[in-house]
Design a protein around this ligand. Sequence first.
Ligand SMILES: NC(=O)C1=CN([C@@H]2O[C@H](COP(=O)(O)OP(=O)(O)OC[C@H]3O[C@@H](n4cnc5c(N)ncnc54)[C@H](O)[C@@H]3O)[C@@H](O)[C@H]2O)[C@H](O)CC1
Ligand SMILES: [K+]
Length: 503
Amino acid sequence: MKIFPSSSIKKLDAYTIENEPIASIDLMERAATALTKAITDRWNTETPVTIFAGPGNNGGDALAVARMMAEKGYKLEVYLFNPKGELSPDCQTNKELVEMMEEVAFHEISTQFVPPVLTPDHLVIDGLFGSGLNKPLSGGFAAVVKYINSSPAMVVAIDIPSGLMGEENTFNVKTNIIRADVTFSLQLPKLAFLFAENTEFVGEWELLDIQLSEDGIEETETNYEMLEIEEIRSLIKPRKQFAHKGNFGHALLIAGSKGMAGASVLAARACLRSGVGLLTVHAPMCNNDILQTSIPEAIVETDANETCFAVPTDTDDYQAVGIGPGLGRNEETEAALLEQLEHCQAPVVVDADALNILANHRHALTHLPKGSILTPHPKELERLTGKCQDSYERLMKACELAHAAHVHIVLKGAYSAIITPEGKCFFNPTGNPGMATGGSGDVLTGVILALLAQGYPTEEAAKIGTYIHGLAGDVAQKKQGMIGMIASDIITCLPTAWRLVSE
Ligand SMILES: NC(=O)C1=CN([C@@H]2O[C@H](COP(=O)(O)OP(=O)(O)OC[C@H]3O[C@@H](n4cnc5c(N)ncnc54)[C@H](O)[C@@H]3O)[C@@H](O)[C@H]2O)[C@H](O)CC1
Ligand SMILES: [K+]
């Protein structure tokens, strides 16, 4: 599913209007019908409703919703804010229709606004601004937003909470943005919905289908997309009847140190549960018995060092290398990692401490083996790129890094982003907050490593791996609950997740 910037949404509207063809006012009618259904499905006719409409088409949507809800018997009060005496044509048309309805208490505000009483029983519908917002709200509009936010009423936002920009909100005025309980967004999500710091504004979001032109969506380029199960399913290669383990690659995992054998165990198990043919784990001597006992399926190659990774190993026989989980950051490991990366031909998944070491040796970032993937969480990314003010800036910096280093990046978070060197971002919809637990990232490294070793191209390995990891987390959450689940449960649920996307 594509995610478009606000600038493209207007064009998509225009494309639909011209090619369907449909009159602009009828497209608004379609949007309002979908919005009315979504709202009336959740709130009954007893709910007192107060609608705030702005001068553009977002306000037009709100006025059309007012008319449709009034026809269904809701008691409504409508405030249309028109400080400049200038409404968009479709907003004007809907204003005239609402004005005529006796059952609607309609107020058009040009200067003085006496705020209505809003109780906890009230439902506020926010149609002040949508995708046409071009600067942070200020003045009278900001005052209205503050009034709504300070009220005890439930708030539903039409398309996007008023005041929130569709993409970047780094320099927005946070007090002047509607804090919605629910956002009903038209057709496609906005990029801003995917950022953690915006949930306080967006609340729960739901997409409403308004049948924008499929051709228009197809033809309009965008850098942002949401992964969907159909795409993942189409990427997974079925196994041939006469396949043998040599067909599924030999992966090398360089992980663990004294006290952190667990990280290598988790990554190794996840790798084996993701279809790899063979797995060798390179680990310090002290981790040997732990690995041999807990993962009989893996081959263990011990480092000459007792407690940490200190001596690079030959990678010629491997199709992919995973490096980082539980590695530690002492000087010997640092030197070994840099040398290891310099002499490696196979694609590498770089995670955890390996990323932290690279943050101190940034020159090495531009010499990573072709097809490599970095899997940072936000803090690890910031160690590589410098401090970021918010998720949008972090995404942009990650794109710059992916471009400069010619690598793919999986930026982990609620909607993990798979970022290509060309600047495309694919957001992952699977996963849940139960996965915010130690070892969860090690599992992801193992899954992606397995896919690279099996010969999946880098972008596909990152997409499938991230999706499956989240899906296994969702299966684990159903079984164990969000609070009780641990990283090992995600591994236990990997086989079910694989079946869900491949059978
Ligand atoms: N394809 C769709 O998704 C459809 C969307 N619809 C709805 O239309 C709005 C977008 O409408 P638009 O008229 O382009 O923009 P707005 O209503 O958001 O407002 C534009 C209006 O406001 C002025 N303005 C912008 N920023 C500010 C500001 N900071 N302060 C004051 N005024 C500002 C600007 O100059 C314009 O005059 C979309 O969100 C949907 O709700 C269609 O109804 C159906 C198809
Ligand atoms: K809105």
